[in-house]
Design a protein around this ligand. Structure first.
Ligand code: GLN
Length: 399
């Protein structure tokens, strides 16, 4: 009798990590046929013209490896767009790299510049990929908390950047600070004064910045997105991350980019080439020709503001308390005052219940913290057709 084949066990590189909450909630929503307002993605189609430009690229035989750093036309288009919107010139040859989405851009950046023992400061609530990415690099995460400003009823009215905590956290060993504006999940948007203050805080340090700006075109009520690219002192030390999936309603295409000064980009590309090598060719050609028409992204604030306002008007008729949404396509709500026993559940449990019993999936905000901080707040994504939002609202209005 031959010996049984044994699969060796090995120490986990990420022992505390399970499956990302976005995947978990989407699977649960699918299983229970719930309306999925959890994971952030549109339920409406992208522009047919964008599909045509990709089809054309395929038919024109753009189906082999592209340059490792990205298709030249796309990098030039990105450079022109950043220059036009934020006034900073990135050299497409040495400072812009096309990535397989924002998340890969972030991981690759962290692997490229964080050495074992280096400290990386993040601001919680923080997107769930930051911490494991730092851990894979052997870095140490230092989390500071975004400050919630509350009114007399205890309702959050706005968020402040925790400047004092940041000043304490950042010192000579801080390799990287990760910022995110517009911010997932709170929708908080950095102001010009915030960028000035950050530049001041970092001026005598060698701390680099990862600026996650994937929601750059979702800023509402006439406000502006303030990119690190609009601030020369910050641009000089930042990896700017963005995503075509968010901007053009194609989250499944997984195409984004990282722009950074040449010396930083050179290190980024050393890792990128052995991480994904390159990003799929026809989509890069398709995006390159689509990108040249500015209206495709200039219309986005109005487009998403209408959805936000529609969703908020419906939420007014529920017992949920809405948090402000100056940016992103996420609406956070406080459920702790709902007059039902489930209002006492922790956020993750409440989201499961809402998905399976009410038929609407959401994301617990506790998933954006290392030590699950329970504040009775969950996140809905309103990047949905009006009909989808209306059906979800109908269900939420029964609570
Ligand atoms: N950024 C998206 C969100 O917050 C999720 C992306 C993902 O699932 N990887 O919902």
């Amino acid at each position: 009798m031959s010996a049984p084949h044994i699969t060796p066990s090995f120490p986990s590189r990420l022992p505390h990590v399970g499956t990302t909450i976005f995947t978990v909630m989407s699977a649960l929503a699918a299983k229970h046929q719930a309306i999925n307002l959890g994971q952030g993605f549109p339920d409406f189609p992208c522009d047919r013209e964008l599909i045509s430009t990709v089809n054309e690229a395929m038919l024109n035989n753009h189906n082999q490896y592209p340059p490792m750093i990205g298709v030249a036309d796309l990098r030039h288009g990105i450079g022109q767009k950043i220059q036009k919107l934020y006034g900073h010139h990135y050299d497409p040859e040495s400072e812009i790299t096309v990535t397989a989405g924002g998340t890969q851009g972030i991981l690759t950046t962290i692997l490229a510049c964080v050495s074992p023992g280096d400290e990386v400061v993040i601001i919680e609530p923080a997107y769930d990929s930051y911490r494991p990415s730092i851990e894979l690099a052997g870095g140490k995460t230092i989390a500071v908390a975004l400050e919630a400003v509350r009114d007399a009823n205890g309702q959050v009215t706005t968020y402040n950047i925790p400047w004092d905590a940041l000043a304490k956290a950042i010192h000579s060993k801080t390799r990287l600070l990760i910022i995110n504006t517009p911010h997932n999940p709170t929708g908080m948007v950095w102001q010009k004064e915030d960028l000035d203050r950050l530049a001041d805080l970092l001026k005598n340090t060698s701390t680099l910045i990862v600026s996650d700006e994937v929601y750059e075109h979702m800023v509402f009520d006439g406000a502006k997105h303030h990119s690190v690219a609009s601030h020369p002192a910050l641009a000089a030390r930042s990896f700017l991350i963005s995503s075509f999936g968010k901007t053009y309603h194609v989250t499944g295409w997984k195409v984004g980019y990282v722009a950074a000064p040449a010396s930083m980009t050179a290190e980024f590309r050393k890792v990128h080439q052995f991480n994904v090598f390159a990003v799929n060719t026809p989509m890069q050609y398709g995006l390159a020709s689509y990108l040249s028409e500015a209206s495709h992204y200039l219309n986005l604030p109005a487009f998403y503001q209408a959805k936000r306002d529609f969703f908020r008007a419906g939420l007014e008729k529920t017992q949920f308390k809405m948090l402000p949404t100056p940016g992103t396509y996420f609406q956070c709500v406080d459920y702790s005052a709902l007059g039902i026993p489930e209002a006492k559940l922790p956020e993750a449990e409440f989201c499961k219940w809402l998905t399976t019993e009410v038929g609407v999936a959401a994301i617990p905000v506790s998933a954006f913290y290392e030590q699950a901080t329970e504040s009775g707040v969950i996140r809905f994504c309103f990047a949905k057709q009006e009909q989808t939002l209306a059906s979800a609202l109908q269900r939420l209005q029964t609570l």
